[in-house]
Write a protein that binds this ligand. Structure first.
Ligand SMILES: [Cu+2]
Length: 254
């Protein structure tokens, strides 16, 4: 059976014109071709139409170069830019941001008293904007202020907790309080926590000097101490805060 010829646009090419291998639609518009060829061309136009609609609707989905037509450098760059813009538009849903969020470290420190009983918990959370949030509560204390510091060793041995050593002070500064400039305090100088009449101290503050993962002032693994007395934030080297009534090791939560 003889092929039926379809007419598309101006038929200026001879019937035998082989447009099938042409790479540009502008190039193949004027010609005559078989029903099968016509069908393929319509399908190709439909696919390209759908692809472009899909690309703009999805915003950041990657599009493949159509058929055997290689992507030019210009097209590739355009696509990268579109993907970046799409990612910003997605806000919290962007994969990169979720990974970034997952990288924020957390740690917990369980406080024991000189009898080895657990009397509280301290939680550490790295904040996206910088700093570490320190919160928790400690019970069984005398009412009033108690010095609260990160210490230089990594062990809590009851009953005196001398195993924790002196203050955590990697940058070799003088003792001070949390409100001091970073060059005028120990990295572990958290000042005081205050126990109420029931002997319970609750606290929640942000420290911008310590970290949980990197740098000199990374407190992960360090011991911390609750003192019997108030830290005066001035006396060297430890604020005259007296004995040690609580100890905890800061443990990063995986
Ligand atoms: Cu101390």
């Amino acid at each position: 059976m003889l092929p039926r010829w379809h007419r598309c646009g101006l038929a200026i090419a001879p019937p035998a014109y082989n447009y099938g291998r042409a790479r540009s639609d502008a190039y193949v518009l004027p010609f005559q071709h078989t029903e099968k060829e016509h069908h393929m061309k319509m399908m190709r136009l439909l696919m390209m139409g759908l692809l472009s609609v899909g690309f703009f609707a999805a915003g950041c989905s990657s599009s493949q170069p159509t058929e055997d037509k290689p992507m030019t450098e210009e097209q590739a760059t355009e696509e990268e830019v579109t993907e970046e813009e799409g990612a910003e538009g997605h806000g919290e849903m962007h994969e990169g941001m979720m990974e970034e969020g997952a990288e924020l470290a957390e740690a917990v420190a369980r406080v024991i008293n000189p009898e080895g009983e657990e009397i509280g918990t301290v939680t550490f959370k790295e904040l996206a904007d910088g700093g570490v949030q320190v919160s928790g509560s400690v019970s069984g204390l005398t009412p009033g202020n108690h010095g609260f510091h990160v210490h230089e060793n990594t062990v809590c041995e009851a009953p005196d907790f001398k195993s924790a050593g002196g203050h955590f002070n990697p940058e070799a500064h003088e003792h001070g309080g949390p409100a001091n400039e970073h060059n005028a305090r120990h990295a572990g100088d958290f000042g005081n926590i205050t126990a109420n009449e029931e002997g319970v101290a609750e606290f929640d503050f942000v420290d911008t000097m310590i970290s949980l993962r990197e740098g000199l002032n990374n407190v992960a693994g360090q011991a911390m101490i609750v003192h019997a007395d108030e830290d005066d934030l001035v006396s060297q080297p430890t604020g005259n805060a007296g004995g040690r009534v609580g100890c905890a090791v800061i443990t990063v939560v995986e």
